[in-house]
Design a protein around this ligand. Structure first.
Ligand code: NAP
Length: 302
């Protein structure tokens, strides 16, 4: 049986769809009971729990051979901090996996995970990796760059930004590079891991076939949506200074039925740094030839 934590998220939903009908025994951890029916429709059993709460995980992995850990947050909210979800949450999951006699853990980290990173998102991903690698259980870790597909958080935020008016504001100069790749290609790589065709106890840094700047990514999204907008670059310092007013602007916008994407100082800084790896990573490791970004966008963005 495969135990999946984070199955209700963007990556998890696509993974469940990819595994559907393969006759595998699946069990998803769900923290919001409202999502149970949806997960069951994919042919998975459901258990309720929150990875930050060790008690809630007790017994949930009994009978599991593999644990797929896709839980992560990009923004801290209330008691859901990077430490409580990435670090404590991973510790709780791993302890329960050890108790249940799990044989293999898959952990989805992130490209740039580093204990010395200035960003809590990435330092806590690095801490979570150490918890997994020192668990004594065989592991596979993916460190992906940006993954795109139907419902991905990044493209949804970009669409909201684009829809705000005739101009699109870009924090900073937009020259940081990313390596976006399509969720179906991620699923193909994951399948190789699940099928046992990949060397265990390894960390795989993966990304798409092109290194694209934020400006190029934005332009490609505009192209696929067939929109022409003026792009205005805001000095990073000014964007940071305006952060306290963003919360107010979001509240007013939501009263008017509009949505302004949430932004934090960390998120802004993350978007202003390169997040890249080898352009042939997917082929080299998994024999998967990832489709170009524009083709991926055209397949799901209308
Ligand atoms: N998408 C990307 O481009 C990308 C790139 C690099 C790395 N990653 C990593 O890949 C993983 C999946 O990303 P994603 O885009 O699918 O994220 P997502 O859409 O935000 O999904 C996150 C998942 O984690 C669950 N979750 C959050 N906190 C939880 C908690 N305390 N207990 C139990 N479940 C919890 C969410 O459950 P609810 O449905 O209840 O909210 C959801 O199922 C994350 O670890 C992320 O850091 C993603």
């Amino acid at each position: 049986m495969i135990f999946i934590a984070g199955g209700t998220g963007f990556v998890g939903r696509h993974l469940l769809a990819a595994l559907q009908g393969e006759g595998r025994s699946l069990r998803c951890l769900v923290r919001d009971e409202g999502k149970s029916k949806w997960v069951q429709d994919f042919g998975s059993d459901v258990v309720t729990g929150n990875i930050s709460d060790a008690e809630s995980l007790k017994g949930t992995m009994d009978g599991a051979r593999t644990v797929v850990h896709l839980v992560g947050i990009i923004e801290e909210q209330g008691s859901d901090t990077f430490e409580s979800v990435h670090v404590k949450g991973t510790e709780n999951l791993v302890n329960e996996a050890i108790a249940a006699g799990v044989k293999h853990i898959f952990y989805q980290s992130a490209l740039g995970a580093d204990p010395d990173s200035p960003f809590a998102y990435l330092t806590t991903k690095a801490k979570a990796e150490v918890i997994v690698t020192s668990s004594g259980i065989d592991y596979t870790i993916f460190r992906p760059s940006l993954i795109v597909g139907e419902g991905d958080g990044f493209t949804e935020r970009m669409k909201q930004l684009i829809s705000l008016g005739p101009v699109v504001l870009v924090p900073g100069d937009g020259t940081a590079r990313f390596q976006p790749f399509y969720i179906d290609d991620w699923c193909r790589a994951f399948h190789k891991v699940l099928a046992g065709g990949m060397e265990r106890n390894r960390v795989y840094e993966i990304g798409g076939p092109e290194q694209l700047t934020y400006n190029e990514i934005l332009q490609e999204i505009l192209n696929v949506l067939d929109l022409q907008k003026t792009i205005i670059h805001l000095p990073m310092g000014l964007t940071r200074m305006s952060l306290p007013f963003m919360g107010l602007a979001r509240s007013v916008a939501s009263l008017l039925g509009r949505e302004i994407p949430g932004v934090t100082a960390d998120l802004l800084a993350l978007l202003s740094r390169d997040n890249i790896c080898a352009t042939d990573s997917m082929e080299k490791f998994f024999g998967v030839k990832p489709i170009p970004f524009a083709e991926a966008l055209r397949s799901f963005l209308k």
